[in-house]
Write a protein that binds this ligand. Structure first.
Ligand code: ZN
Length: 554
């Protein structure tokens, strides 16, 4: 039969499933995608959290019993759930309930309304912050907010609106609160020479750090509830799992809310955790404490530790790659920390945007471990936006993986000044990576650097278009829709050692499925980024449903 033949062309075998098993859930009358469109594939039958069969309606029907729930998906596309292989979701969840979000808004006026609404419920003098994930060019207005507009939206509250790790826009109250209004304001406060007052714009990471310190961490319950609400939103956009990349200030304590949430029965999302240094200074000590607290693979099928990353050494972090930082002086310490991880059997994902940074990390890794040892642990470079042909060749030879994200769609314009337009247009070299056979996973790097929405990334991989008005990626480095979706499913699953059982529709694989509002294979290209999941299933259980009748009790 054609559909299963097509499926079997992908390596790996799940646990055997006995013929005649009865399904808990059947999705039928759809169109299957499993690495490519499956001819004649219409339905998926699920039992015990795993896929029984993906094939024709008839094949799935054979597993029906009186207890089977079934969903007529009405011709929609059914595919494995998307997996973000690099996102800062644990951090994002902590503040999900309290901060207005500008991700995916189409106008600045909507963004200002969201700030005004926050002002109505927030105690006076409490900060209101929009923490990245947007670009001025996504708005019909094609620009960032002005100081006057932010004053009008929330006159009584200090407000800042952060864009990536590049700049932020403040209102008057915020400038006053920080003492940045008059003379003696720090250099990062932009001045309007005509009005001889601050414009409200501040530039650079130190300014953003000062702003970040103004925010009060929400209470325990808000953090848990925020994390839960975020996971449901991730389900709505079609994600069923992710590799979390930790981040600045992500101490062991910051993981308590997500651990509590899973402890209380959360079962709609598979989270794989990378843990690392939370601030500059005592990186070795922090990593050692983590290695005492946990080990790779500990946890369960839903929440599990994966390894170390994405920052293990702050001086070796090239941030957004805008200032041509040279990290080669850190090679010795990188070697030392990487060796410690290899000896303990810890996978490592490390951040690098610039080609030169990638080179330094590879130099360090060449001195670590026996041949093949790094590949066995699936050592990974994350972002690799600017990586060039020579380092890609080395990555291939060392068996290192790459996780790529659509960060360039938000910062390509900022990068032109130091990279040049031609380099920006070739970054990242997605096609070259695939041609070399390097393991590649997709993701967003949300929620500050970009939106968490995977479809924005799929659209970017396929179209080459940006979100910030920067030049489009050259045609030869764009991907087909099938390739982009493969990176977001089986591609990402590789990074948590789960490519045999996740990101595919094989019998025995985890029943993590999505049914889509529009078909990503045929929808007009510019509409790819508006796709949503109308039904998200994780481990055979319905995690999200909108607009589809489900027969029998939910
Ligand atoms: Zn990073």
């Amino acid at each position: 039969m054609a559909p299963l033949d097509a499926l079997s062309s992908f390596a790996g075998v799940g646990p055997p499933v006995a013929q005649g098993d009865k399904a808990d859930l059947i999705l039928h009358s759809g169109k299957l995608w499993d690495g490519r469109a499956i001819e004649g594939g219409e339905a998926v039958a699920v039992a015990g959290g795993r896929i029984l069969v993906a094939g024709s309606n008839h094949e799935a029907e054979r597993h029906r019993s009186e207890h089977t729930r079934s969903v007529d998906v009405d011709g929609r596309r059914i595919m494995p759930g998307l997996i973000d292989s690099h996102i800062h979701m644990v951090r994002g969840g902590l503040r999900w309930k309290v901060d207005p979000r500008w991700h995916d808004l189409s106008s600045l006026s909507e963004g200002l309304e969201a700030i005004a609404r926050a002002g109505e419920v927030r105690a006076p003098d409490e900060w209101i912050a929009v923490l990245g994930g947007w670009s001025p060019y996504q708005f019909t207005e094609q620009r960032a907010p002005t100081r006057d507009e932010l004053d009008e939206a929330a006159p009584r509250h200090p407000v800042f609106v952060q864009r990536n790790y590049v700049e932020a826009f403040l209102n008057t109250r915020a400038l006053e609160t920080l003492g940045w209004m008059g003379g003696g304001a720090p250099d990062w406060v932009e001045q309007d020479p005509d009005l001889s007052r601050p414009t409200g714009r501040v530039v650079g990471v130190p300014a953003l750090q000062v702003l970040g310190q103004q925010l009060i961490m929400p209470g325990t319950e808000e953090r848990v509830e925020g994390t839960r609400a975020m996971l449901r939103e991730l389900n709505r956009v079609g994600l069923t799992g992710a590799v979390d990349a930790g981040g600045f200030r992500m101490t062991p304590e910051a993981y308590r809310p997500i651990a509590d949430l899973y402890q209380s029965g959360e079962d709609g999302f598979r989270t794989r955790l990378l843990v690392g240094a939370s601030q500059p200074g005592d990186e070795d000590g922090e990593l050692e404490r983590w290695m005492g607290l946990t080990s790779p693979g500990s946890g369960d099928e839903l929440l599990r530790y994966l390894g170390a990353g994405e920052v293990i050494l702050f001086p070796a972090h090239d941030v957004e790659g805008l200032d041509q930082r040279d990290i080669s002086g850190e090679k010795g310490r990188l070697t030392e920390i990487s060796r410690k991880l290899v000896e303990a059997g810890w996978p490592l994902h490390i951040h690098a945007i610039l080609d030169r940074s990638v080179g330094t990390i590879l130099d360090a890794w060449e001195e670590v471990g026996r041949p093949g040892e790094l590949a066995d642990l699936r050592f990974t470079i994350t972002h690799a936006d600017q990586v060039g042909a020579e380092n890609l060749q080395r990555i291939r030879e060392m068996g290192v993986g790459l996780t790529i994200q659509n960060g360039m769609a938000f910062r390509g314009g900022d990068s032109v000044a130091t990279w040049g337009e031609e380099r920006v247009r070739r970054s990242p070299a997605l096609r070259t990576m695939l041609d070399l056979g390097i393991p590649v996973g997709a993701g967003t790097d949300g929620t500050v650097v970009s939106s968490y929405n995977p479809w924005a990334c799929v659209w970017w991989m396929v179209s080459g278009e940006s979100r910030d008005g920067s030049p489009a990626r050259v045609e030869e480095q764009r991907l087909t829709r099938d390739e982009a979706l493969r990176l977001y499913t089986r591609g990402s699953a590789w990074f948590s050692f789960e490519e045999d059982t996740r990101g595919n529709l094989r019998a025995g694989s985890d029943a993590d499925l999505i049914v889509l509002s529009d078909d990503p294979l045929t929808v007009p290209e510019h509409e790819i980024r508006f796709i949503e999941s109308v039904l998200t299933v994780v481990g055979g259980r319905i995690a999200h449903v909108s607009g589809l009748p489900v027969v029998a009790d939910l």
